[in-house]
Ligand binder design. Structure first.
Ligand code: NAD
Ligand code: AHE
Ligand code: ZN
Length: 373
C-alpha cells in the first residue's frame, strides 16, 4: 500500500493570489491522526483574512478551510475515538479533555495541539501535504479545502451520519461561533437588549442565538443594507446602516436606548467598530463581545472611563463551545430545526470554483458559500 494518496485541493501558494486547484500528495495518518474525506466546506471570512496576508500566523503555501464536514477514511495508530465510516466535523478548537484548559471547566481553548496548529503543522511538527515534493502547510488543524485531509483525533467531532453535510459543515465555524457567543460567552437572558455589528455568517448566527435566548430588542448594524432582510428574518427588531447618520453609530444607539445595550457583539474584525460596540454597551453593566479577527498590528482602544463606568470587554473563540462534547448535540438541534442552517447557505458550488466563493464574500453577495467535492 502506498504511503500517500492523491487529493484534489485548492492551494494558497502565496498571499493575495487566487487559490489554485492542483493534485496534492497526502500522507497516511500517523499515531493519533485521522484521514478524513471532506464532502463539504463553508468559506469563512477568516479564510479570506489569512489569504490576505494579515494573519500573523499565516504561512504559505497552505491548504486553507476550516468549516467542513466529512467521513473518516483511515485512522492512525492508537486512535479509538473515531472509526472508519464515522461522519465528522473537523475542529479548529481541539478538545483533548486532559489539558489544563479542558479540565478547567472555564474555557474551550484546549492547548493540546494549538502550538503546532498555529505553525501549520501536525502535532509531531511535520506536514502531511506536499505538491511536487514541496511541503504544503496545514491550516487551523483542519485544511478542508483538500478532498482528503489529515487531522488530530482530538480535533474531530463525531456526528449523526443522517445529518445533511451541506448544512452542518457550517457548525464547524460560523454558526456555532455566533450562537455559542450568545449562550456561553455573553449568557444573554430573556428580555436583554442586544446589538450586533456585522451581519455575515457570524453576526446572523448571533441574532439567531439572541432570539433563542428570548432577547428583547435586537439591533442589527451593517454598512451593507442588503443584509437587513435576513437579519430581520432571524429576529432583528431594528436595522441600522452607520452611513445613514452624520454622527458616530454608538451615539445613535445610546440615543435610541438611553443608557446603551446589555450585550453588543463585534462580528467584523474592525478595531474602530470594536470601540463603537464597547461604547454602545449599557452604562453600569453592559458587555461587548469581540468575535471579529483583526489583522497583525491592529489594537483596540477606548477611554478607560468607559470601563470605569461599568462596561466590560470580552472575546469569544468558537463561541466558547467544546467541540467533541457539544457539537454532536448542536448537529441534533440542527436536524430538529432548533438551529436553522439553510438560510446561511446562499450559494453552493464545486471546489473547482472556490475563488468565486471568495469574490462573492468580498462583494457582500453571500452569507456562506458551501463548496462540495
Ligand atoms: P462576513 O464578511 O461574511 O461578514 C462581515 C459583515 O460585516 C459584512 O456583512 C459586512 O458588510 C459587514 N461590515 C464590514 N465593515 C463594516 C462596518 N464598518 N460597519 C458595519 N458592518 C460592516 O464575515 P464572517 O464570516 O461573518 O466573519 C466575521 C468576522 O468574524 C471575521 O473577522 C472573522 O474572521 C471572524 N470570526 C471569528 C471567529 C471566532 O471564533 N472568534 C469565528 C469565525 C469568524
Ligand atoms: N491567527 C490569528 C488569530 C485568529 C483567530 O483569532 N482565530 C479565531 C477563530 S476564527 C475562525 O474563523 C480563534 O478561535 N482564535 C483562538 C485560537 O486559538 O486561534 C492571530 O492573530 O494570530
Ligand atoms: Zn471561521
Amino acid at each position: 500500500m502506498s504511503n500517500t494518496i492523491k487529493s484534489r485541493a485548492a492551494v494558497a501558494f502565496a498571499p493575495n493570489e487566487p487559490l489554485k486547484m492542483v493534485e496534492i500528495d497526502v500522507e497516511r495518518p500517523k499515531k493519533g491522526e485521522v484521514l478524513v474525506k471532506i464532502t463539504h466546506t463553508g468559506v469563512c471570512h477568516t479564510d479570506a483574512f489569512t489569504l490576505s496576508g494579515a494573519d500573523p500566523e499565516g504561512v504559505f503555501p497552505v491548504v486553507l478551510g476550516h468549516e467542513g464536514a466529512g467521513v473518516v477514511v483511515e485512522v492512525g495508530e492508537g486512535v479509538t475515538s473515531v472509526a472508519v465510516g464515522d461522519h465528522v466535523i473537523p475542529l479548529y478548537t481541539a478538545e483533548c479533555r486532559e489539558c489544563e484548559f479542558c479540565k478547567s471547566g472555564k474555557s474551550n481553548l484546549c492547548v493540546s495541539v494549538r502550538e503546532t496548529q498555529g505553525k501549520g503543522l501536525m502535532p509531531d511538527g511535520t506536514t502531511r501535504f506536499s505538491y511536487n515534493g514541496q511541503p504544503i502547510f496545514h491550516y487551523m488543524g483542519c485544511s478542508t479545502f483538500s478532498e482528503y485531509t489529515v487531522v488530530a483525533d482530538v480535533s474531530l467531532a463525531k456526528i449523526n451520519p443522517q445529518a445533511n453535510p451541506e448544512e452542518v459543515c457550517l457548525l464547524g465555524c460560523g454558526v456555532t461561533t455566533g450562537i455559542g457567543a450568545v449562550h456561553n460567552t455573553a449568557k444573554v437572558q430573556e428580555g436583554d437588549s442586544v446589538a450586533v455589528f456585522g451581519l455575515g455568517g457570524i453576526g446572523l448566527a448571533v441574532i439567531q442565538g439572541a432570539k433563542q435566548a428570548k432577547a428583547g430588542r435586537i439591533i442589527a448594524i451593517d454598512t451593507n443594507p442588503a443584509k437587513f432582510e435576513l437579519a430581520r428574518e432571524f429576529g432583528a427588531t431594528e436595522c441600522l446602516n452607520p452611513n445613514d447618520f452624520d454622527k458616530p453609530i454608538q451615539q445613535v444607539i445610546i440615543e435610541m436606548t438611553k443608557w446603551g445595550v446589555d450585550h453588543t457583539f463585534e462580528c467584523i474584525g474592525n478595531v474602530n467598530v470594536m470601540r463603537a460596540a464597547l461604547e454602545s454597551a449599557h452604562r453600569g453593566w453592559g458587555q461587548s463581545i469581540i468575535i471579529g479577527v483583526a489583522g497583525a498590528g491592529q489594537e483596540i482602544s477606548t477611554r478607560p472611563f468607559q470601563l470605569v463606568t461599568g462596561r466590560t470587554w470580552k472575546g469569544s473563540a468558537f463561541g466558547g463551545v467544546k467541540g467533541r462534547t457539544q457539537l454532536p448535540g448542536m448537529v441534533e438541534d440542527a436536524m430538529k430545526g432548533i438551529i436553522r442552517l439553510r438560510p446561511f447557505v446562499t450559494h453552493t458550488m464545486p471546489i473547482e470554483r472556490i475563488n468565486e466563493a471568495f469574490d462573492l464574500m468580498h462583494e457582500g453577495k453571500s452569507i456562506r458559500t458551501v463548496v462540495h467535492y
